[in-house]
Structures are given as C-alpha cells and as structure tokens.
Design a protein around this ligand. Structure first.
Ligand code: UGY
Ligand code: MN
Length: 241
C-alpha cells in the first residue's frame, strides 16, 4: 500500500462507525494465544459491547481462553474446536463457561466474536452449535432474490446475538437506509461495493471490517462483476433498557 507512506487510507474512525481496511491492521497476540495473533476490530475501547477480531494461526496454533461466549467462523484453513473439525465456511458457537480448546491444523484465519452472555429469566442458556454455511438455506431479504441472507444461528430467545451472511448479486442493494438500535460488526468476505455509514459513503472491498454503532445510518450497494458477501454480527433478542 504505497500511499500509506503519504498518510492515505480508506480507513475512517468516526463516533458512530469504523471502517478498518487491511492496510491499517495491527497484529498483537491476546493472552493465552500460542502460535497465533489477533487483529482486533471492535472492542469496548471503541464503544462496542462485544469484541471482534481476526485470529491468524500457524499450524498447531491455539487461542487463549475467554470468559464469554465465543463465535468462530473459519475464513481459511482447518481448525479443531474441542473434538470438532472445522473447515473454511464452518462455524462454531461456544457457550460461555464451556472452554473448548481451539487449535489450528494448518495455517488458518478465523473471524472471532466474543460477548458475555446476557441471560433471560426462565430461558435456558444456549448449547454448543457447530455448522457450515452451506447447510443454511439462503432466504431473500425483504423479498429481493438478488440479496440473500443465511442466519447462521437458529432464531431463539436463548440467543443474545445473531450472526448472518448476506450475499448481494452485482447491482443489488439494501432497499432502505437502516437506522436501528442494534450495533454491527461486519467483515467483508468477498466482492466490493459502496457502504453508507452515517453521512459518508465508502468504497468497501473484501478484507475490510466495519463497526456500526447503535442508530448508525447504514446502506450498502454491491458493485463489480462478482457477488459481494459479508459476515455480520448484531445484538439480538434483548430489551434495549
Ligand atoms: O440485519 C441487518 O440489520 C442488516 N440488514 N444490516 C446491514 O446489512 N447493514
Ligand atoms: Mn443493519
């Protein structure tokens, strides 16, 4: 990224959003990591109520423990979560208090989302869930077959967050500017487009991360000749009080 030498980047940090592009990523290990490092994208220091990072692991690398729920999505490589083998496109939702060892079987990259569980009276806590995105049928979003959603976690009041994959055919867009109480952590997995965040429009491409604060105005339109695809977190199923 030669322009970085002149202080140029697409990254932008505003009070209600962050666009973090790969040229600005800084790697640092988190406690307990072995043969692994983290690019922290979102954390309470930013204003987020969750933590999201990309873990880059060597073959045989390991994540440290965490006192929180942990969602893992394998971007590249193969990874064991306890006795379960995960490949690219696989994901795991590990409940708080069930500290399964996460160990890579090859050089791997993982999207990791961690959040302390917010219990709901009378509702049992969620169980371990392992899946692969290809097992989840795509649903048109708001009736648009060019914009499809895969809900990776089954809808249930036990879950205090949702993680979805949205796929946009070239030219597809959200049909409205959304403004909502939920916050988002978004990792662009494929393709490119224009993201409106607050009152700004950003060129966005695979590899970028975006944090959207509660009530951040947001809209996306896909550009180019291949579909755009992103993994998106939101807090869910809990009263905003
Ligand atoms: O689920 C969502 O709120 C999603 N449609 N938001 C987004 O893609 N920015
Ligand atoms: Mn949204």
């Amino acid at each position: 990224m030669p322009f970085g030498r002149l202080g140029q980047t697409r990254s932008s940090r505003q009070s209600d959003h962050l666009l973090q592009t790969p040229d600005t990523f800084i790697r640092a290990p988190l406690p307990g990591m072995l043969g692994a490092t983290a690019i922290v994208h979102a954390a309470p220091a930013l204003g987020a109520k969750f933590v999201q990072y990309t873990a880059e692991m060597e073959s045989g690398g390991q994540l440290g423990p965490v006192d929180a729920q942990r969602f893992l999505y394998i971007i590249e490589g193969d990874v064991a979560v306890g006795p379960h083998g995960l490949v690219a496109g696989s994901y795991a939702m590990v409940p708080q208090g069930e500290p399964l060892v996460v160990r890579s079987g090859s050089a791997s990259r993982l999207a990791v989302i961690e959040k302390r569980y917010e219990a709901l009276g009378g509702v049992p806590a969620p169980q371990l869930l392992i899946g692969h995105e290809s097992e989840i049928p795509e649903q048109p979003l708001l009736g648009d077959p060019a914009l499809r959603v895969r809900a990776l976690l089954p809808e249930s009041p036990t879950r205090d967050f949702a993680v979805n994959i949205l796929t946009y055919d070239p030219g597809a867009s959200l049909n409205m500017v959304e403004i909502h109480v939920m916050e988002h952590g978004l990792l662009m997995l494929q393709g490119q487009g224009i993201y409106r965040l607050g009152d700004s429009w950003y060129a966005t491409a695979a590899g970028d991360f975006i944090w959207m604060a509660p009530f951040c105005p947001q809209w996306f339109g896909a550009l180019g000749k291949t579909p755009a695809k992103y993994l998106i977190y939101k807090d869910w199923n809990r009263h905003p009080l």
